[in-house]
Design a protein around this ligand. Structure first.
Ligand code: SF4
Length: 368
């Protein structure tokens, strides 16, 4: 009897772990790293890559998203964890050092509050009874009540809520029973400590501009920490089973564009071509630099943080370092390369006290 139960639990872990792979918790380069057991995925947590138990509470769903293997439109077997089963399996994996945290999501059978309540119970038991102090990521299900979100937040290290599409009309095409305006936007003001979201791309006719505009609004108004882009994977038996798969190259460009909008304060309109999409043959920052030669050169002595971020080879960390050195009076020609500025990459776009740092690609500063 015990053996049968253990096998049953293993099978649930396999099914509900695999089912969670439709939910991104890191860019593909990290998440797809080989994991030793079903349900274990690598994710960004606490600024580093960590293995998480990433599972759905259940794959039974009453919604009708056209791209999903678990929708009510698809005849599929339903697996669900009992609260105590999931708590037990997680603590077992954690004690054995296999995982460092939990990422819990779910399909939505019936009212979202009922499932959300069970997810909160898992997190609460882990915190209060098992005294687990590590990483817990809870997915906020669309349509959950504000009260339920408030109850979830104290137990979660991070939360996310998936928009899936950048605008209501795109979402209605692919997930008729979901609503950005009715089910997601009312919850965002409660997530002011930060949240992540996911978009499924290459499924609706959205342009990169639509996606990046959504990212910009979510960052500025609601404190979005990061957006993930899941390329569409057609699943046989679903209404979109014959739709062509999404492009990995587009996914990569969207991650680059999202980073530039969220961390570098580029506006989406600056990064796209005449058709509203990111350039296909170059990275978006290089594309912008080529189209804006009048912006350069910038003088290291008086450029702002956001101006410095536009220079090839300069990111947020280096821009902050340059400004900090300047304030301390430590940005002399002798220290410029030591500060981390790559003169061959960034030099052609920079001046120091009105003088060029390089001639063409030749470094002309005295560096020693
Ligand atoms: S809500 Fe939609 S995407 Fe999520 S499990 Fe249900 S049918 Fe699938």
């Amino acid at each position: 009897m015990i053996i049968v139960s253990a096998l049953d639990l293993w099978e649930k872990l396999r099914i509900l772990g695999m089912a969670s792979s439709y939910d991104a918790c890191a860019p593909p380069s990290i998440e797809e790293r080989r994991a030793p057991l079903p349900g274990i995925f690598y994710a960004w947590a606490f600024g580093t890559k960590v293995p998480l138990l990433k599972v759905l509470l259940t794959n039974g769903c009453s919604r009708n998203c056209k791209y999903c293997a678990f929708s009510s439109l698809v005849d599929h077997g339903v697996s669900s964890f009992e609260i105590k089963e999931l708590v037990g399996i997680f603590m077992d994996m954690w004690r054995k050092g296999l995982v460092q945290g939990l990422f819990l999501s779910s399909a939505i059978p019936g009212h979202p509050d009922n499932t959300m309540e069970k997810m909160i119970s898992v997190a609460r038991i882990l915190r209060e009874r098992e005294e687990f102090k590590g990483y817990i990521h809870l997915k906020i299900l669309p349509g959950t009540s504000q009260d339920m979100v408030r109850r979830a937040l104290p137990f979660a290290t991070r939360v996310s809520i998936n928009l899936e599409a950048p605008r209501e009309e795109f979402l209605k095409n692919i997930a008729p029973s979901k609503s950005i305006k009715g089910e997601i936007l009312p919850l965002l003001p409660l997530l002011k400590e930060g949240f992540t979201t996911q978009f499924v791309v290459d499924i609706a006719p959205e342009r990169d501009l639509d996606l990046l505009n959504a990212v910009e609004i979510l960052v500025k108004r609601y404190g979005l920490k990061r957006a993930y882009f899941q390329t569409f994977r057609p699943i046989p038996g679903t209404p979109l089973g014959d739709h062509p798969p999404g492009s990995k190259a587009r996914q990569m460009r969207l991650y680059q564009g999202e980073f530039l909008v969220r961390r570098y304060a580029f506006s989406p309109g600056e990064l796209i071509d005449s058709e509203g999409n990111l350039p296909k043959n170059t990275d978006p920052k290089t594309f912008w630099v080529r189209n804006n030669p009048h912006f350069f050169p910038l003088d290291l002595e008086d450029s702002t943080y956001h101006q410095l971020l536009r220079v090839p080879g300069i990111g947020p960390k280096l821009a902050r370092r340059i400004i900090a050195l300047r304030r301390k009076g430590g940005l002399s020609p002798f220290h410029i390369e030591k500060a981390g500025i790559n003169l061959r990459k960034s030099g052609p776009y920079l001046l120091y006290k009105g003088k060029p740092l390089v001639k063409g690609f030749q470094v002309i500063l005295p560096l020693e």
